[in-house]
Design a protein around this ligand. Structure first.
Ligand code: HEM
Length: 545
């Protein structure tokens, strides 16, 4: 390992390769967990390492300072993902036709307010990367668009939970008392992938999605299972007939989204300002969905799959990380009665009270998002379960940790290395590899109105951006992160404030008994939030209120 060229081009150590040029590329795709273990070991000795992947020079980057540099403002123009979008995201997921793809490929203006030097003459409507990114940042990330989506989500989930088992008072009225005493037995994985995901999709796409494509949730998870084979197929040039199952799953999902979108377009009244400006309406659902579909139409993209592709990938992005994260968090809470009790006590403070009667009403999502122990448990779940490498293109060479990062190369910033760093996250009797709900909590002493000092929990995650980045970072950070956080925290809050939860046991995903608790499912290594490879059976009983 070591230098590649001297003088101004000092290269970081390269990952050892038993079979030159081939092994690293293939292991990355076919045994990502094994590859990342080697990368993790190598990055203990150096903060930057390099390897080759499909002919590209890739730098693996670790260490809080280097990570902050990758995400920092000073590199906004130089570190980007435009080429990655053209090479894989846009053809594979957005299903752009070759002609449409070429239009993106010729946009070299970057994402800054001003076009990059040499591209200043580009008409604004041809700045496609910037224009499309704006749709997400405007309609997904901003508070005024978030609130209606969260409200819809809360309403749907409340209804769903109410339907699971009638409350004791209802039961007495309907004579179903026996069923209540027994509660209801659920598999946590099934519950989250089924009911919770359906509520989330309802908030994003509106009720029409299920009227027209009743199997949308199932089609989405079938697609989720096909994502790895599809990515691999593209990277390794596998022909479609050799990857038939994955392509068929993708097509079924696209068709389910297409049917819903066609109906939404047909029914929507663009001339009616009340509809055209609505932040949420029943045809397209959230405004972001409508704006994404409209952006591709208005900009003359004509590929037959582009609309369903774009909206399909938005719906998948909404759920593919949120649902595994929620699943893990429900499991952590259900297996630890002490944590459940502490969280339930905290959630009690997040109900809005009726000014006139003083009685508690519904959960206030803003208050829920600010609960320190719940926020810490949520943070801890993402820290442990997100396993992917943030990827970026490099425009021009620059120096990092004394090494030259060459223009035209790729950067990969692994969450695994940062999130499991013992020096940063380890605490006495709580190693970094362990889930500890209280890890991101500090206690402060504060006097109350009568001057008595009370100990107060505070959520504390300050200045850790280089060591914790489940949502990526910099100007390309996930635009759905605020929605995701509110969804996940609300789900836990609603569930534990309504139900007592009893842990019954672990099962395999097919429902048969398992003699061990779950681990991160290795099939999803490198793909984002890793779902558990085992399920948990719980019994829930309504809490008498
Ligand atoms: C736990 C939940 C989630 C996690 C961990 C997550 C993570 C990520 C990451 C790592 C990226 C790439 C960022 C980068 O390259 O720096 C991303 C992009 C994205 N996410 Fe999320 N995400 C979550 C939830 C959501 C939700 C709920 C939505 C939408 C409702 C969403 C929509 C998107 C979109 C549209 C992009 C692509 C942005 C672009 O490049 O144009 N995500 N997400």
């Amino acid at each position: 390992s070591g230098g590649g060229g001297g003088g101004g081009d000092k290269q970081p150590p390269s990952l050892w390769e038993p079979i030159p040029f081939v092994y690293n590329s293939l292991q990355f795709l076919l045994d990502n967990e094994g590859f990342m273990k080697r990368a993790q070991a190598a990055l203990k000795k150096t903060t930057v390492a390099r390897f080759r992947q499909g002919g590209h020079l890739v730098y693996l980057v670790s260490g809080p300072k280097n990570v902050q540099a990758v995400f920092g403002r000073s590199h906004n123009n130089n570190i980007h993902n435009d080429d990655l979008m053209v090479r894989s995201t846009l053809p594979l997921w957005y299903r752009l036709s070759a002609d449409d793809l070429r239009r993106f490929a010729t946009d070299k203006t970057g994402r800054g307010r001003n076009p990059l030097p040499g591209t200043e003459d580009t008409p604004p409507e041809n700045r496609l990367f910037l224009g499309y990114e704006h749709v997400h940042n405007e309609f997904l990330a901003r508070a005024q668009h978030l609130a209606p989506m969260v409200e819809q989500y809360q309403r749907q989930l409340t209804q769903t939970l109410d339907g699971l088992c009638p409350s004791p008072s209802d039961a007495t009225g309907t004579g179903k008392k026996g069923r209540n005493d027994d509660g209801v037995v659920l598999g946590v994985v099934d519950f989250c992938k089924g009911r919770v995901a359906r509520c989330a999709l309802h908030a994003l796409l509106g009720p029409g999605a299920f009227e027209i494509s009743p199997d949308l949730v199932e089609r989405m998870w079938e697609f989720d299972d096909a994502v790895f084979p599809l990515v691999m197929g593209l990277r390794l040039g596998v022909p479609e007939w050799l990857n038939r199952r994955a392509h068929a799953a993708h097509r079924r999902y696209l068709n389910a989204v297409r049917r819903y979108l066609d109906a939404a377009w047909a029914d929507f009244d663009w001339a009616d300002p009340a509809s055209a400006d609505a932040r949420w309406e029943p045809r397209f659902g959230a405004q972001v969905t409508r704006e994404v579909a409209k952006w591709f139409r208005d900009h003359g993209f004509t590929g037959p799959d582009t609309g369903p592709g774009a909206v399909g990938i938005l719906a998948w992005a909404q759920n593919s990380n949120v649902i595994p994260t929620t699943t893990w968090l429900v499991m952590e809470v259900a297996r630890d009665p002490e944590l459940l009790r502490a969280l339930r006590e905290e959630v009690e403070t997040a109900f809005a009270t009726d000014g006139a009667t003083g009685r508690r009403r519904t959960l206030d999502p803003q208050k829920v998002a600010a609960l320190p122990l719940l926020a810490s448990a949520y943070t801890e779940t993402l820290r442990l379960r997100m396993n992917f490498n943030v990827v970026r293109n490099v425009r021009q060479s620059f120096t990092m940790a004394g090494y030259t990062i060459r223009g035209g190369s790729l950067l990969q910033v692994p969450t695994l290395v940062a999130h499991y760093d013992e020096d940063v996250w380890g605490a006495e009797s709580h190693p970094a590899s362990e889930f500890w709900a209280g890890r991101h909590i500090k206690y402060t002493d504060e006097p109350d109105a009568e001057g008595r000092v009370t100990r107060k929990r505070v959520f504390a995650m300050a200045s850790r951006t280089g060591s914790y980045f489940p949502y990526g970072g910099g100007n390309l950070i996930c635009p759905g992160r605020h929605f995701a956080k509110q969804e996940i925290m609300l789900t836990i809050a609603l569930l534990i404030s309504r139900f007592d939860i009893e842990f019954l046991g672990w099962t395999k995903l097919d429902g048969s008994p398992s003699d061990r608790p779950p681990r991160n499912d290795p099939r999803f290594s490198g793909g984002g939030a890793a779902p558990p490879d085992r399920d948990m059976k719980i019994r829930i009983r309504p809490i008498a209120s």
